[in-house]
Ligand binder design. Structure first.
Ligand SMILES: *Cc1c(COP(=O)(O)O)cnc(C)c1O
Length: 236
């Protein structure tokens, strides 16, 4: 018999996959264009293993030391690891060596270092540029006005594969308000995609705003709480 918590994780994953399908239908999106990233920060390796066994293969982590421990504990599983947290420039080597994706590239210097430090034995590192879409002084990220210049430089870095844009908007409770912000992201990506057709990613949408994100073109939704339950209050 699976423990209660492991069946909860499997049920939650099934429920979210179902919601993704429903929102894709509602907003005329192709379901295969929306991927689910399970955000496992503060969750145990055991819970990640349970989610993997239930069919989830990509996991997002925010804290490097915690992530490296889990990557090591779970190295028997073919998990695709995504980094979605704040980046200190002296930690880029560990990111470059251990992750398949980094969503939270928030300045040019970080992109240059990740490209220099990506081992040549690995495929290019997939990255997204984080955009400070709500213009919050507390949040890092490219300013929407500077993103074009950032993309023009970063697209040329040899060991990176620039995939698109990522955002963590200021909290908003209503669907229309959430959609307005995500629509800005879509509008930012569009001309960049015309110039660089390989840009295929909008990383946006969390447990509280997944519907709005899918409505406005998200291709990766990053979901934590709705899969694993509430995190401990001391953690982010
Ligand atoms: C924690 C986190 C998430 C997941 O948030 P939930 O509300 O738990 O779904 C997504 N993206 C980022 C960048 C996060 O830090």
């Amino acid at each position: 018999m699976p423990s209660l918590s492991s069946s909860n994780i499997a049920n939650n994953l099934a429920q979210i996959q179902q919601n993704i399908l429903e929102f894709c239908d509602k907003y005329h999106r192709q379901p295969q264009t929306v991927r689910l990233l399970a955000v496992s920060k503060t969750q145990s390796a055991e819970k990640i293993r349970t989610a993997f066994n239930a069919g989830q293969s990509c996991f997002g982590e925010n804290y490097l030391q915690e992530a490296l421990q889990k990557i090591s504990d779970l190295d028997d599983l073919p998990i695709e690891w995504h980094f979605i947290g704040a980046i200190q420039s002296n930690k880029t080597r560990e990111l470059a060596e251990n992750f398949a994706w980094v969503h939270s590239v928030d300045r040019l210097k970080i992109a240059r270092r990740l490209s220099q430090q990506r081992p040549s034995t690995l495929a290019p590192l997939n990255i997204c540029l984080q955009v400070n879409i709500s213009n919050e002084s507390s949040k890092s990220g490219f300013n929407a006005l500077d993103i074009g210049a950032g993309v023009d430089e970063i697209i040329l870095l040899p060991n990176l594969k620039l995939r698109g844009l990522m955002a963590i908007p200021a909290p908003a409770t209503h669907l229309t308000e959430q959609r307005t912000t995500f629509a800005k992201m879509h509008k930012l990506l569009k001309p960049l995609q015309t110039k660089y057709p390989q840009l295929d990613t909008l990383s946006m949408g969390m447990s509280g705003d997944m519907q709005a994100a899918i409505a406005e073109g998200s291709t990766i939704v990053r979901i934590g709480t709705a899969i694993f339950g509430a995190r401990k209050p001391s953690a982010l």
